[in-house]
Design a protein around this ligand. Structure first.
Ligand SMILES: [Zn+2]
Length: 221
């Protein structure tokens, strides 16, 4: 990937106010990702029904139930005209906090509970002083817990299950003419505006939002 300038331009947007939406609860449906995207699109100013998002992103899981992977959420965000950045930062809470400050809507891909093999998505709305607040589409709005407690559901495990750990999806307005690179796998553009804003906070793995290929972001100078 490109070396990034150390001089960051102004923030991508104002910090978002994110409405809460509970996920659909039906047998065989794991619609947390669609609910989180619906919260993101509403916060960014173009609401879409979660049921319509769900029909676009759902795919079968290992038990034949339908769920959505992070890259499918990213593709949907791009299809809807937004910019999507998938990161697995070395300092995930610092990157998450930085992305919120940049006006991104930040989804965390975490386990349903500590030790669970099942992945889940929540929207991070605040992270400071050792606490994190999440809109969890299954459990409720503005749920506060310590970052240590949340990390039991977010940190990588030796047996990864559905989520590899510390993955976040940041959705922002597109940056016309913003910094981007071309994915060497799928040849599609990978937006780098948010990564540039976050500077060293984004160091870690950047995943192509189209094909999910991972790229290591080099440690910043
Ligand atoms: Zn790609």
């Amino acid at each position: 990937m490109s070396r990034l300038s150390t001089a960051a331009p102004p923030a991508l947007g104002r910090r978002l106010t994110i409405p809460y939406l509970a996920q659909e609860r039906s047998p065989g449906v794991r619609a947390c990702g669609a609910a989180c995207l619906a919260m993101a699109y509403a916060a960014l100013g173009r609401p879409e029904p979660a049921a319509e998002i769900w029909e676009r992103i759902a795919a079968p899981d290992r038990r034949g139930r339908r769920f959505a992977r992070t890259v499918q959420l990213a593709r949907d965000a791009i299809r809807c005209g937004w910019s999507a950045t998938i990161l697995r930062p070395e300092d995930p809470f610092a990157a998450l906090t930085g992305a919120l400050e940049q006006g991104a809507c930040v989804l965390a891909n975490h386990r349903l509970s500590p030790g669970s093999p099942w992945g889940h998505f929540s929207v991070a709305i605040e992270c400071r002083a050792g606490d994190i607040w999440l809109h969890d589409p299954l459990r409720g709005a503005s749920l506060r817990q310590t970052t240590i407690a949340f990390d039991r559901c977010w940190a990588p495990l030796a047996e990864p299950g559905e989520t590899i750990g510390h993955v976040l999806l940041a959705i922002t307005p597109p940056e016309p003419g913003g910094l981007s690179d071309v994915c060497e796998t799928c040849r599609q553009p990978i937006p780098l505006a948010l990564v540039q804003q976050l500077r060293g906070l984004a160091d870690g793995i950047l995943f192509c939002p189209h094909c999910d290929t991972g790229w290591r972001l080099s440690p910043s100078a």
